[in-house]
Design a protein around this ligand. Structure first.
Ligand code: ATP
Ligand code: MG
Length: 668
């Protein structure tokens, strides 16, 4: 008979996926239910991989990716340049792997994407894999009709609408490299990136909704293409508003698509052909055009999606990252689509029409896997528990973070209030340069420890070195580096700047060691790693290395503090001394008692050496558009040095407010 048992259908809802460690406080492990469900739950995987990482990746590449032609050599490497290649002479197409190969399976009719527009009165748009396949093929033909060929670069300046993934997959289908520029960047920021990439075509939109208002994106795009090599601008009609339109140069997406054929053969790409260029956040200075190549990137994106998020067929997966960042590339497009997953894409602001919008989306779409950034978590935490508690979040089974070290307080809030104490938190460390996640616990193996990312994933080799290049002991801070064989998705070079590539990543310890610019320490015998932030953010106080992340972690444990950033200020005696910028929770005020309590926290957790010389009470920290705190600016403000370019900040007004607070005088 046609009956089904509802408890089978909904059996994952509210399941306890983690258990507390019997001895260690705030250490969690996968429950039996999670071990049973997880894609990986046997810790032997680490051992097998480390015996022969190249053979390990060789197997993964065969199993996870469909190749047109097999490779002749799995890994090659020459440290003197340095050059490393994966799956040499192998041929594939990443768009084919994301789309075509699902079409002969039941996934043909599975939802690939649930798009959630910002306005509440608009319908969500659901696209199946077959729908997405047809749109991508059509748009690939559109690009071809405009003369875009394999090896060309295409600029994409689109908001979070389905056309952004369609455009990316269409580019890679025909072998053109995309350069996605975050839609909230200015026309100027777009221009420098288009010039650098020498883009032939730009894809943009008339606008998008943000906090209930239509944003005119086309006006910025017009500024951005001035003086570039862009011949045509393809414009998606999102708002239907009147925008400047230059006939001949500008073309409407929908008009081009009407005429386009829905079949476009995928280009056969070499494993080491350029897949895309993406500029780093620029937290430490000028953004670098990171080059990712097809084969290694595809293999890593596919497997890390499966591992980190434990993706299963029935999951509804939501990564809140904008496609303008690498997280959006790998985990909002290529990784999940290659896995045939269903993704949620949301157009608008986290707090529109109310600050519970994200929780509402989780509830309404039954999101099971949720991936976001510590800054967003802290911001939402600041608003209290009431907002998430208004919503049923029991569909969630795994929650994850990326972008910054997550402090214990925020981790525990995320764990308790959002994950309901049921879900593992996967804290993924990686960089634009690494293409995919590299350091985090595997959901089915654990452990999950606040502010400890976990072990390097199977098949890669990380170490933490002293300044002299010696391995560090457990608990001893040092520099995070990678040893060969390098992860398949690692940056191949910096676009048009091989010298910068060499200097940035291969000059500190020589050509054999990839330098991440991040610091950390091995936390326990298992080899779990705690990241402590950028190396530039580590200070030397009276000869001791103290990391800003550790002090921040201690300060934010105090119930009065919601967010804080610590930077080093020059000090006559100690060399450097920490200064803490703090944001108070509403209802608290800054008093000598509070300062005394903070001192106690720091003494207890790190030691008196780490006591800030000064606390600066502020309302907002300067952040990049990707939500990272710009400590470089805080440092300049403290030293009364020029602050430099602040145009890529999300909140440039915060800088003026802090200037007033610290009595900054513009340098002559
Ligand atoms: P730029 O290199 O231009 O200064 P950026 O480093 O901010 O910019 P991204 O590649 O977006 O650009 O960020 C990667 C960095 O983010 C890492 O090197 C690390 O400092 C930080 N990071 C990312 N994820 C984590 C994490 N889970 N824990 C700690 N730090 C993280
Ligand atoms: Mg970086």
């Amino acid at each position: 008979m046609g009956y089904c048992n509802m408890s089978d259908v909904m059996s994952d809802r509210g399941v306890q996926w983690v258990v507390a460690d019997p001895v260690e406080k705030n250490v969690f492990w996968p429950s039996e239910a999670l071990k049973k469900k997880a894609n990986v739950s046997d810790p032997k995987i680490y051992e097998i991989a480390s015996k022969d990482p190249v053979a390990f990746w060789d197997n993964l590449a065969k199993e996870g990716i469909t190749w047109f032609k097999p490779w002749t050599e799995t890994y090659s490497w020459n440290p003197s340049i340095p050059v490393y290649k994966w799956f040499v002479n192998g041929k594939l197409n990443i768009s084919y792997n994301a789309l075509d190969r699902h079409l002969d399976t039941w996934k043909r009719n599975k939802a690939a994407m649930i798009w959630v527009p910002e306005p509440l009165n608009e319908q969500c748009r659901v696209m199946t894999y077959y729908d997405l396949y047809r749109e991508v093929n059509k748009f690939a033909n559109v690009l071809k009709s405009l003369g875009v060929k394999k090896g060309d670069r295409v600029g994409i300046y689109l908001p979070m609408i389905p056309e952004v993934q369609i455009a990316m997959l269409a580019c890679t289908r025909i072998g053109a490299a995309h350069s996605v520029v975050f839609s909230a960047f200015s026309g100027e920021a777009l221009k420098t990136r288009l010039i650098d990439a020498e883009a032939k075509v730009l894809i943009t939109a008339d606008g998008y909704y943000y906090r209930g208002k239509g944003v005119n994106l086309k006006a910025n795009a017009d500024l951005g293409i001035e003086g570039t090599s862009v011949k045509n601008v393809i414009v998606v009609k999102r708002l239907g508003t009147n925008v400047n339109f230059v006939s001949g140069r500008d073309l409407w997406w929908n008009e081009l698509m009407e005429k386009a054929d829905a079949k476009c053969a995928p280009e056969e790409m070499d494993s080491e052909d350029l897949n895309f260029i993406l500029y780093t956040s620029g937290s430490t200075g000028k953004p670098k055009g990171v080059e990712h190549h097809v084969g290694g990137y595809a293999v890593q994106a596919y497997w890390t999606t499966k591992w980190a998020f434990d993706i299963h067929d029935e999951d509804i997966y939501w990564c809140t990252a904008d496609v303008g960042w690498v997280t959006g590339h790998t985990y909002n497009c290529y990784g999940p689509f290659m896995n045939g997953a269903t993704i949620v894409v949301y157009e608008g602001a986290v707090d529109y029409p109310a600050p519970d919008r994200w929780w509402k989306i989780i509830e309404e779409h039954g999101v099971t896997i949720f991936y976001t950034a510590p800054t967003a978590i802290r911001m939402l935490m600041k608003l209290g528990d009431e907002l998430p508690k208004k919503h049923d979040l029991t569909s969630l089974r795994l929650i994850a973070t990326v972008g910054e070290p997550i402090n214990e307080e925020a981790w525990l809030w995320y764990f308790r209030v959002i994950g309901g104490g049921r879900c593992p938190i996967i804290d993924t460390w990686w960089q634009t340069e690494t293409g995919g996640t590299l350091i985090h616990s595997l959901p089915g193996i654990g452990p999950y420890i606040p502010s400890v990312a976990g072990r390097p994933i199977p098949g890669i080799r990380f170490s933490i070195l002293t300044e002299e290049g010696k391995p560090t002991e457990i608990g001893e801070g040092g520099y995070l580096v990678q040893n060969s064989p390098f992860n398949p998705g690692l940056i191949r070079t910096i676009w048009k700047d091989p010298d910068k590539f060499k200097e940035t990543y291969w000059s500190v310890y020589g050509g054999n060691i990839y330098y991440t610019s991040d610091g950390g320490f091995v936390y326990d015998k298992l080899g779990d790693i705690r990241l402590t932030g950028r190396v530039d953010d580590v200070m030397k106080v009276a000869g001791h290395r103290v990391s800003t992340a550790e002090i921040e972690n201690a300060i934010t444990q105090h119930p009065a503090i919601v967010e804080c950033a610590v930077v080093a200020a020059p000090h006559e005696i100690k060399g450097e001394a920490p200064v803490a910028f703090i944001i108070l929770k509403s209802g608290y005020s800054y008093t000598p008692e509070l300062e005394a309590e903070l001192r106690k926290y720091i003494d207890k957790m790190i030691g008196p050496i780490a006591r800030p010389e000064k606390y600066v009470l502020i309302e907002d920290l300067p952040k990049t558009r990707s939500g990272k705190i710009m400590r470089r600016i805080l440092k300049s403000l403290i030293k009364n040095a020029p602050v430099g370019d602040i145009t890529t900040l999300q909140n440039p007004e915060s800088v003026q407010a802090i200037k007033e607070r610290v009595g900054y005088k513009e340098p002559a």
